[in-house]
Design a protein around this ligand. Structure first.
Ligand code: BTN
Length: 264
């Protein structure tokens, strides 16, 4: 079980600010937690926090993100964008596009699932959790946390995830190839800066376009569950608010703000 080699990540970076300040821990509660603390103490835009393992890894909707050592990537990036708080979902989309590019570069056939999942085949291999400190109507800072199941074996997935193991996978299981964690981390950081810079200069249009191209739900009949409510329809894309657009049987389009989506 090797620990992550900070230098092997740094020497592969071709970024201006992302990863130029970087913390690599063997174990933390949560890299998002650590990054939030660093950001509140003034850490610069682009600061990266990586850990070999997390004891309190967190996912969307208060879920846990299981984070065993020696096999995966747990990474958070601090952003200080001049952005209205309402545009925060787009930072998740930017991260998903970067993640998709890095996965493709690692030889994994991946697709994006709204709002924050990366699938390898039909199973989830990675997720994005964006958190934000708001000041007035603007984001004071954001923390983009990404967890990627890289080299977990089938056995590890079953042991760690129990009954949800059937919905989860890793890059190793999906592609049959072990992924170099440091090389993947660097490629992801490089992509994150590239996509973030594009978004900040070109705005939402190109992001919506690139995200839609990579989203495996488009044109498919899906079901969205949110608490007790279930909505069905054909996924058409996302709008300028980052909401999922579903065309229902009657032809009307419903905007989905939050929920878990499954292809039916
Ligand atoms: C999800 O799909 O629910 C989002 C999962 C995000 C997990 C990552 S792991 C690195 C960062 N630190 C955390 O505690 N969570 C995110």
């Amino acid at each position: 079980m090797s620990l992550l080699d900070r230098r092997a990540i740094s020497e592969r970076l071709d970024t201006e600010s992302f990863g130029r300040t970087m913390y690599v821990f063997s174990e933390v509660g949560s890299t998002n937690e650590a990054a939030n603390e660093l950001a509140s103490n003034g850490a610069p835009h682009g600061t990266v926090v990586i850990a070999d393992s997390q004891t309190r890894g967190r996912g969307r909707m208060g879920r846990k993100w299981l984070s065993p050592p020696g096999c995966n990537l747990y990474i958070s990036v601090i952003l200080r964008p001049a952005l209205p708080a309402r545009d925060a979902p787009f930072i998740t989309f930017v991260a998903s596009i970067a993640l998709h590019e890095a996965a493709t570069g690692a030889g994994v056939k991946a697709s994006i699932k709204w709002p924050n999942d990366l699938l390898a085949g039909v199973k989830k291999a990675a997720g994005v959790l964006t958190e934000m400190e708001v000041e007035g109507e603007k984001a004071k800072y954001m923390v983009v946390g990404i967890g990627v199941n890289l080299n977990m074996t089938d056995k590890m997935l079953a042991a760690e995830l129990g009954e949800v193991a059937s919905e989860a996978t890793s890059f190793l299981v999906a592609s049959g190839r072990e992924v170099d964690r440091e090389a993947f981390a660097a490629s992801l950081i490089n992509q994150l800066e590239k996509r973030y810079t594009e978004f900040m200069s070109a705005g939402k249009g190109p992001i919506i376009q690139q995200w839609t191209k990579r989203c495996g739900l488009i044109g498919r009949q899906v079901e969205v569950c949110e608490g007790d409510s279930v909505t069905r329809g054909v996924a058409e894309g996302i709008n300028e608010a980052g909401h999922l657009l579903l065309r229902k049987t009657g032809g009307e389009v419903e905007e989905i703000v939050t929920g878990d989506v499954a292809i039916v």
